[in-house]
Ligand binder design. Sequence first.
Ligand SMILES: *[C@@H]1O[C@H](CO)[C@@H](O)[C@H](O)[C@H]1NC(C)=O
Ligand SMILES: *[C@@H]1O[C@H](CO)[C@@H](O)[C@H](O)[C@H]1NC(C)=O
Ligand SMILES: *[C@@H]1O[C@H](CO)[C@@H](O)[C@H](O)[C@H]1NC(C)=O
Length: 980
Amino acid sequence: MFGTVRAPGPRLLTWIVLAWSFAAGARHPAASRTKAACSVEGGRADCSHLSLTRVPDDLPENITSLDVSHNKLVQILPDLFKRYKGLVRLDVSYNSMAKLDGGLCRNLPLLQTLNWAHNELFSLKKEDLEYCTKLTWLSMASNRLQPKGEPFTALQNLKFLDVSMNKLTTAKLGSQPQLPSLVNLNLGHNDFTSLNASDFSCLQDSPFLQVVNLSAVALKTLEPGCFKPISGLRTLILDGSRIGSGFIPKLCSELSGTAIDALSLKKINLITLNDKTFTGLQNTNLTVLDLSGNGISTVEDGSFQWLSTLQTLILTDNNIKHLTKGTFQGLKMLKKLQLTKALVNSHKSSLPLIDNFSFQPLSSLESLILQKCAFSEITENTFSGLTSLTELDLSWSSYLQASQKHLTSDTFVSLADAPLRKLNLTGNALTQIDPGSFSALRNLSILLLDHNFIKQALAGGEFEGLDQIQEIHMTNNFQSVDLTASSFVNVPSLRVLTLGKSLKAEALNQDASPFRPLTNLTVLDLSNNNIANFRQNMLEGLVNLKVLKLQHNNLARLWKSANLGGPVLFLKDTRQLVTLSMDYNGLDEIPLEALRGLSMLRELSFSNNNLDNLQYSVFNDLKSLRVLLLEKNLITSVRPEVFSSPLRNLSVLVMARNPFDCTCESILWFVTWLNNTNATNVPGLRDQYICNTPLAYFKRPIMEFDPLSCKDMTPFQALYILSSTAVLMLITGALLARFHGWRIQFYWNILINRTLGFSDAKVEEDRDFEYDAYIIHAEEDAKWVERRMVPLEKQTCQFCLEDRDSVPGLSQLESIVNNMRKSRKILFVVTESLLSDPWCRQFTVHQALHQVIEASRDSVVLVFLQDVHDYKLSRTLFLRRGMLRSSCILEWPPQKERHPCRCFDLHHLQDAERLPAQMVHDETYSRGGRHAPLHWRCTDVQTQRGRVLSSNCGLHYQLQRCAVVQTLGWNDSLCCSLSC
Ligand SMILES: *[C@@H]1O[C@H](CO)[C@@H](O)[C@H](O)[C@H]1NC(C)=O
Ligand SMILES: *[C@@H]1O[C@H](CO)[C@@H](O)[C@H](O)[C@H]1NC(C)=O
Ligand SMILES: *[C@@H]1O[C@H](CO)[C@@H](O)[C@H](O)[C@H]1NC(C)=O
């Protein structure tokens, strides 16, 4: 910021204003355009519209241009400009300055352009401009100038001087010759009413003066020879001058013999032209005459006969009633005749008439503009004689008075001799083109038929004879044109065909495409036609097509994958396509193959459709794409798989107004791309690219999406894994410490044994045990053991009881150790008393566990006579129920439902087990036969206590033994346990 605002009032106010405008700017980016200070760019300082009361003195010293227009300057202190010595251009217009100080130019030796318009400058003396010798452009328009003496004499290099709107009462700028370099002088809108012979004498040494503007000056008298001093006068502008018709002949005779080239006489109320009006101009070489806006109603024959050198005649906005053979007589050099709104229909009078051969004198005429005219008719001779005519513009004109507005083969027959190249029939209310209507126009290259009401099926004859035609424009014909396969057979040279808003919806739904003959076509516009159907071959053969416009149709179905017969891939032949517009088509899919091979495509427009999930790589062939328009679709995510290829070389991207999903997955790549691209222009990026989801970003610009929030995801994940591993290891370590090493080894061994299938049976085969089990019990439970356990010994089991079987001669300790080693299992009879028996706890248990660990066997069986809490068990015996197989834990009295057992397939076991025959063959087996008087049913296992053969007793050998011991309630369970 270079300049500071010097707003009126106290400094505080300035600050408040500044702060407010800054805040407003921050809220609305658009509002930031409100200037708060001068802007400096490329040596140009713009301090306009700032309500300044003095010129800023803190701009860079090397500025060359300073604009302080539209402020509140009352004066400028010349000394201030010492700072800006390099100034070439100074604009102080629209202020209130009454004084131009000579010091200004003295301090600005390089000043060339000074704009002092719209100020209050009153007196102007020679000294005021004394040093402005470099000045080439000076405007003092709209002041209250009253020049005194010779104020302009110093302006040796001035080319342009504007002293209009100063209420000057004389055109005289001085008495001595001055302004030798002047080219353009504006004296318009002043109060003088006469030009005296001496008024321009001060300009007699200004050989370059070409343009004098006397607009809106109410001239009444011209002294003879008043223009003589301006020898080089070429352009005289008298627009809006309040001079009467009678004044023109006088003016023209004053211009006689001058170098006048262009005369502008707009809006001077010249109602009638006659053969006297321009007589004075016969002795000039006038080439341009502008008579616009005069309300001319009558042009008498021969009015222009004096203007034999005229090339351009402008008669726009008049009210001419009748053109005759004599109207343009003598205009043999005329090249352009501008008659826009020169012949108009009015309620008061009948339609203007154009007689046959009216234009015949205009043999050089190249351009005839009859825009917005109304005349009675075009006959077979209306345009006869226009042998040079190349352009005829009849747009928005009315010339066919019949109710049926048909063009016929007679309409333009008078142009047969004209080398017509362009015919503009826009807005002619035509309803039909008859065959051969243009057959006289062999040279026509551009035919404009837009904005008519043509309703017909084009059969081909309509364009007959248009051998050179390049462009046919037929847009806006109210969708009533129908096409056939032969519509364009006569115009194979066609390059541009526009049929927007003209075709019937079904016009293209035919097997043979109407466009087939147009192999040279480069531009085809089919927009705004509600077309819903066409065939895949519609564009077949159009190998040169570059521009295809299909916006505002109904093509969504054609590209649906669900379309019957698959999507219609109508672009497969148009490999040269450069521009494709398919906006407003309700598209929700683009088939993967739809844009294949369009490697020349530069501009692609799909805005205002319903596109959302674009298929990956659908745009991948578009190597030349520069402009991509996808605004107002339903696009939520911009993924690299779809867009990285098309966005690579883009210069313009418009994807505004889509419901973007601002998540890392959907938008991160796009936001990153936007942040890094300089080459691509993305208009409205800050305020039209808005997030729709998620809630956190709802209605916020996508550029506020924070890419860092995604980038951090990876480190966070690593951190998460790292920390959770550490926590797990910590827990494991703690568990290790808590469980002591041996427990883990214990579990480990059991696990290994179980998974590898080692069982006690194997172990048993390896080694002979003297006892089946070593029984550990408390003193108090000795009775129970005697009653319940010892009887079992009579069958097969052999138990080792501490008191009974201790080896004589050995110490108690040694005896325990020995016997345990000789026992296959160690059986704990668990009661509260066992847990509180110190001997048992301290030695026996330790020894037992020691052996278990050494042998790496899970050979402990617990028999619970009481319900003992697991916690207590672990505290005293260092065992938990969970450490043992469920079958090695028995409860007394036995609860068989804790032992999931099943019935053996006895048939299968028959031989191997050598079981009693009855047991196998009779479903109801009587034990009375050999062992016990109990009955069981194989199918009824769950209810038969004795028949519970645990699956854990799986080994055949065991089975036999078990069968023997099952007389005693749960003993078979015990047997199973012993084998586990
Ligand atoms: C003006 O001077 C500034 C440094 O004071 C320099 O950056 C700038 O380029 C100069 N501008 C011109 C147009 O010489
Ligand atoms: C008009 O042009 C002709 C030929 O260029 C020239 O001889 C003649 O002097 C010109 N007339 C005027 C009035 O300048
Ligand atoms: C044809 O006329 C219309 C309406 O006046 C105009 O806008 C258009 O530019 C013209 N076309 C040509 C090619 O001159």
